[in-house]
Design a protein around this ligand. Sequence first.
Ligand SMILES: Cc1cc2nc3c(=O)[nH]c(=O)nc-3n(C[C@H](O)[C@H](O)[C@H](O)COP(=O)(O)OP(=O)(O)OC[C@H]3O[C@@H](n4cnc5c(N)ncnc54)[C@H](O)[C@@H]3O)c2cc1C
Ligand SMILES: *[C@@H]1O[C@H](CO)[C@@H](O)[C@H](O)[C@H]1NC(C)=O
Ligand SMILES: *[C@@H]1O[C@H](CO)[C@@H](O)[C@H](O)[C@H]1NC(C)=O
Ligand SMILES: *[C@@H]1O[C@H](CO)[C@@H](O)[C@H](O)[C@H]1NC(C)=O
Ligand SMILES: *[C@@H]1O[C@H](CO)[C@@H](O)[C@H](O)[C@H]1NC(C)=O
Ligand SMILES: *[C@@H]1O[C@H](CO)[C@@H](O)[C@H](O)[C@H]1NC(C)=O
Ligand SMILES: *[C@@H]1O[C@H](CO)[C@@H](O)[C@H](O)[C@H]1NC(C)=O
Ligand SMILES: *[C@@H]1O[C@H](CO)[C@@H](O)[C@H](O)[C@H]1NC(C)=O
Ligand SMILES: *[C@@H]1O[C@H](CO)[C@@H](O)[C@H](O)[C@H]1NC(C)=O
Length: 596
Amino acid sequence: MVLSTKLLLLITGLAPPALGALFNGPSQFSKRSYDYVIVGGGTAGNVVASRLTEDPRISVLVLEAGISHENVTDSEIPLFCASLTPNTRYDWNYTTVAQPQYNNRTIPYARGRMLGGSSSVNYNVFMRGSSGDWNRYADVTSDAGWNWANMQKYILRNEQITPPADGHNTSGQYIPSHHGTSGNLRISLPGYPTPLDSRVLATLEEQKNEFPFNPDMGGGDVLGIGWMPSSIGHGQRSSSATAFLEPALRRRNLDVVINAHVTRLLRTGTVRGRPSFHCLEFTERPGARVQSVCATKEIVLSAGSVSTPILLQRSGYGDRNQLRAAGIQTIVHNPSVGRNLSDHPLLTNAFTVKGNGSFDELFRDQTLMDAALGQWNANRTGPLVSGVASQLGWLRLPNNASIFKDFEDPASGPRSAHWEIILNNFWAVPGIPRPDTGNFVTITTALISPTSRGYLTISSADPFAAPIIDPNFLSSRFDFFVLIEAVKAVKRFASGKAWADYIDGPYGDFARTNTDEEIEAYVRANAASIYHPVGTASMSPRGASWGVVDPDLKVKGVEGLRIVDGSVLPYVTNAPTQGPIYLVGERGADLIKADQ
Ligand SMILES: Cc1cc2nc3c(=O)[nH]c(=O)nc-3n(C[C@H](O)[C@H](O)[C@H](O)COP(=O)(O)OP(=O)(O)OC[C@H]3O[C@@H](n4cnc5c(N)ncnc54)[C@H](O)[C@@H]3O)c2cc1C
Ligand SMILES: *[C@@H]1O[C@H](CO)[C@@H](O)[C@H](O)[C@H]1NC(C)=O
Ligand SMILES: *[C@@H]1O[C@H](CO)[C@@H](O)[C@H](O)[C@H]1NC(C)=O
Ligand SMILES: *[C@@H]1O[C@H](CO)[C@@H](O)[C@H](O)[C@H]1NC(C)=O
Ligand SMILES: *[C@@H]1O[C@H](CO)[C@@H](O)[C@H](O)[C@H]1NC(C)=O
Ligand SMILES: *[C@@H]1O[C@H](CO)[C@@H](O)[C@H](O)[C@H]1NC(C)=O
Ligand SMILES: *[C@@H]1O[C@H](CO)[C@@H](O)[C@H](O)[C@H]1NC(C)=O
Ligand SMILES: *[C@@H]1O[C@H](CO)[C@@H](O)[C@H](O)[C@H]1NC(C)=O
Ligand SMILES: *[C@@H]1O[C@H](CO)[C@@H](O)[C@H](O)[C@H]1NC(C)=O
């Protein structure tokens, strides 16, 4: 409610300029200088804003292209998460180029466009990756500060584990010592029971060699299947907007402008022989007045894995050939900008089930939905507090898998996964509407150790033109091999005794996957993205011939710019990416403070 008070003050013209404020658009805003200007009020950007403004002497401005998260009920209600994207007013509406290994299909590439960024539109799954992921970041960057042991303090600072919405006894469902209790972001275990719960647990017991129970994936060892933590607290979404920005807006030294699209960073001179960028331009929409603002200390780019490299390119920092093609003059030639995109390909596998305990009826039957909404409005309980799943898991190929004759293991360590399994209590197939009848369980899989790398780039000098995005999914045999083996493993999981009275059989294309060739055809026709791109403005060691930022997140070869968002992570994680990116935000803020 902090935001609404501020809005009210603004509307009634009572907001004294010395107070932190939320401005509804560039036209209401006229200040010209701050210590720090943060581009993007998203997942990591709001963490940086919150940590920097802990010091009352430091002034911070956040510029966010999207709208406010406030009163967006679909974002608050956990079970409505899938309605927020793609192609809505909360999305950037990006699309990939035709993917050759996906039968030349183009797929949507959702990115949140509102306060909280993608943390306001994502599916709430919350993890932080494996210890191997972070130790590999430390190795690749030659900076031990990124290793798993050092990241523990940021985990504790970031997280506040809370009771599940239904108040059930969570003993045995997580290990308390792996979690923070006094951080900003509220995390909880599933808050509403499903017909899958007991069946999953029975299968883990019955097939424990292949599918072991993991009592908590937050401790660095992700392998196995267990209870899913979500960024949900007291039955509603906890995002970087609710958990970080709202409290920080109570401070006098933070201003936020929404509907403010940053179009270009401005070169302001030369410092220590390097081009410096201390100012930038922004506007509300194409054709509207362009305004500028400057940072006396630094500009922090937190626009995410798609927009951050795009903004660098528009500002003359990137591969000179790509910049020339777009009609932009090169200030710094760096061919790594937009390269090395690493993402998790997604493959959902739907089964029809007996009974009416899946959430499919709820989505179809307005009377049931009205009752559920009434309950959620009354006290934040009931089916709508459910995340996308209550159990998920992280699994490896067997060590003797034939593919290892030709490929070195790309996993980030011996206790890191090749693929992921998610148990959805409803129809969760992207791009195909829920059938009019039937109840479903979707056993979703994702490739976690991709060897394919993609790229993205500007298509023109127009700051509102959509970028070219090519994740280059499944361009290596290793990646195909893992997804084919994952489909077979899903069938073994679903053949467990506990499912005999529940699952009727595989649905749709999935029913025609008996041979490896058929599975491969099914993958090509149905795989998508789980929306975890990273690596497009990667960290690398100081002085390396590749990479976009040094391990302290300063942009190479220039002064005044830092990047704090998912684009700096060189490899995608053994986790959905929000948790790791919150940690990038926490350490990024520490690195900035260390320089003050
Ligand atoms: C549909 C979907 C589901 C997902 N599900 C999960 C999940 O369940 N669990 C999980 O861990 N991860 C999930 N992810 C991924 C995760 O949410 C993201 O990786 C993470 O939130 C990205 O954080 P970020 O700080 O890098 O960027 P973002 O949070 O995307 O923030 C970037 C911000 O910058 C703003 N911006 C961009 N360009 C400009 C500009 N030019 N001017 C001004 N502002 C700009 C954007 O509007 C946005 O607010 C999902 C993502 C999506 C899209
Ligand atoms: C959100 O709703 C509250 C209560 O109805 C209202 O006071 C506030 O102005 C709304 N905020 C926005 C951004 O619409
Ligand atoms: C995305 O598409 C929706 C629906 O058409 C539209 O309302 C929204 O403005 C679009 N977003 C952008 C950034 O163009
Ligand atoms: C995809 O498009 C390319 C280029 O147009 C073409 O060569 C190829 O045959 C197409 N592949 C499929 C599976 O249609
Ligand atoms: C929760 O369950 C555990 C294990 O069954 C038990 O020891 C503990 O007392 C229970 N806690 C409460 C508050 O009931
Ligand atoms: C991509 O990343 C690898 C390290 O993983 C690095 O060797 C390579 O140079 C990078 N490519 C570009 C274009 O930055
Ligand atoms: C499910 O079926 C039972 C028994 O047929 C019925 O009582 C109940 O109302 C149904 N529930 C839903 C959500 O349709
Ligand atoms: C929440 O409200 C519902 C009715 O809407 C009621 O049945 C339920 O008991 C309430 N739960 C709690 C914990 O208050
Ligand atoms: C791998 O080893 C298992 C038993 O240890 C065996 O059943 C399986 O056939 C082996 N697979 C391959 C590809 O060699």
